[in-house]
Design a protein around this ligand. Structure first.
Ligand code: ZN
Length: 218
């Protein structure tokens, strides 16, 4: 998910970009299931996910001074998972690439199942907020629900939080310090509920939060 209502996504909801032809392919049909990253099927599924997400997010920008293309964010989330030894689960990386398309672009669950199969879709839906709730409700729901999510969803959520907090520190959105502090507090509340999921990701998260707090007290 985006920033779970943290407001990191740019023009959320404006995207109705067609998925275009060529998206639904063999991904999710079984060949790509937990394939190795070096296998052709895995690479092909990952590239399809990238193309799909890039098209869906094509009109979106990240918040923050540089207004980076939105797709950079899901790429970072996937990249972090791969860098910490989770790259052999290609479907997890695909879900990372796709993690904001339902919440932010109006992509449907059915569309994802059709294009990427049940498992990728299940992970994406697990980290997708209920759009009917207000931001504060979504955020408190994330805290209360995260421990009951699958390991894949918890890994993805961790990487998403790391990416969002990293951006908040290094490419600050136009938030006052109070709001930044609230975001760090909320991120910590979420992570405290899922500790034990992945040491490397949690250590990276903790280091970033310390950095964020140090920046805020300067
Ligand atoms: Zn996100």
């Amino acid at each position: 998910m985006t920033a779970s209502g943290g407001g990191f996504s740019g023009d959320a909801g404006s995207g109705t970009a067609g998925s275009g032809a060529g998206v639904s392919g063999t991904a999710g049909s079984g060949d790509a299931v937990s394939g190795d990253l070096v296998s052709g099927a895995g690479v092909s599924g990952l590239l399809q996910a990238l193309r799909f997400a890039a098209e869906k997010h094509r009109d979106h920008r990240r918040k923050g001074a540089t207004a980076a293309p939105y797709i950079n964010h899901p790429i970072t989330v996937a990249e972090q998972l791969a860098a910490l030894g989770l790259g052999s689960d290609v479907e997890l990386l695909m879900a990372a690439i796709l993690h904001d398309v339902v919440e932010d672009t109006g992509t449907t669950e059915a569309e994802l199942v059709e294009a990427f199969g049940e498992r990728v879709t299940r992970i994406v839906m697990e980290v997708t907020d209920d759009g009917n709730l207000r931001r504060e409700e979504r955020k408190s729901q994330t805290v209360s629900n995260i421990a009951g999510k699958s390991r894949e969803a918890r890994l993805l959520k961790l990487s998403d939080l790391i990416a969002n907090i990293g951006d908040m520190i290094h490419h600050p959105p136009h938030w006052d310090d109070e709001r930044k502090r609230e975001y760090l507090d909320w991120g910590e509340a979420v992570v405290n509920r899922l500790r034990g999921t992945h040491h490397g990701l949690e250590a990276r998260f903790d280091a970033l939060v310390r950095e964020g707090r140090a920046v805020l007290t300067e």
